[in-house]
Ligand binder design. Sequence first.
Ligand SMILES: [Zn+2]
Length: 341
Amino acid sequence: MTKIDHYPEAFICPVCRAKVDRMGEGYHCSACDMIYPVLFGIPDFRIRPDRYLTLEQEREKAGKLYEFGKTATFSELLDFYYTITDDVPAELAVRYKAYINNAPRLAALTVKDLDLSPDKDVLLDVGCGAGGMLIAATGQCRAVIGVDIALRWLVICKKRLAESGIDAMLVCADAEALPFEYGKMTKIVAGDVIEHVYDPVHLLEVCEQHLMPAGQLWVSASNRYCLGPNALTRIWWIGFFPRPMRTRLLKRLRGVDSLRYINLVSPGYLKQLLGKTGLQVVRAGPRQVALVQGCDYPFQDRVLIYIYQLILKSRLLSHALMWIGPAFEIMTEKPVDRNVP
Ligand SMILES: [Zn+2]
């Protein structure tokens, strides 16, 4: 099993920012008396749930997955997740599963871009989901930490890491209230997470606080103004519609407004938000893609990905693709002279 440094050693209370103490199976903050449990081997530092389930519903769902996972493979567990998740239509579940299975290959491109140092870098994956980035980054840096607000996804991620022989630190926490000391991370990746948080600017500010000076934050997101099918719904031009019309359209076509809690962002808008945080944009471009031979994307998607890869090879078209393509990525850096709070 690949062993990773468990770093940082101490957790911080996300409510009052005091150091927490180990108490039995969980953690206790003596300054504000908050108790944080460890569930299914994962510390749970959440002070609010994501926007889909309450904390109780979420822990119950994570428990179901944990029980199922005791005798199932990662792939079977992923299938099981979508059988107990009502608001993802079957057509989308197929694509989400393909995306998750393909994720380590895709993340390997980002890892290459981050130019990680095995002696120096501490990488935090905010919104790590099923762990594609953690798998790709293992062995490339000193420590790898995966954080997600969805305990259910961390249970699935833990199963996948175990199958891959990887022992990374997983922490359940709100990306906007992380349980770590400020200024300890050299790299933070936030792939496809800014769309899902409560406050996108706050997420960027928190990432900036957790970076060491000269540390880098890499962000990727779906593009609101994509001229093809929207990455989250597969519906063409949906981001251009005003909210009430979008909701009506999604309910009619999909039975549920799957964008109801999504922050729709574009490259220009994200750059504006970054401008408020002190993080400097190093480069921006269309999201890189990697297509694994034999992966389970539907035929139509494989054709689109193939065309996308061809366009990426042209410098001029590639620049245009950032503004009108399905997804984009931005690398930012914390200025060397910027203080850690
Ligand atoms: Zn506290």
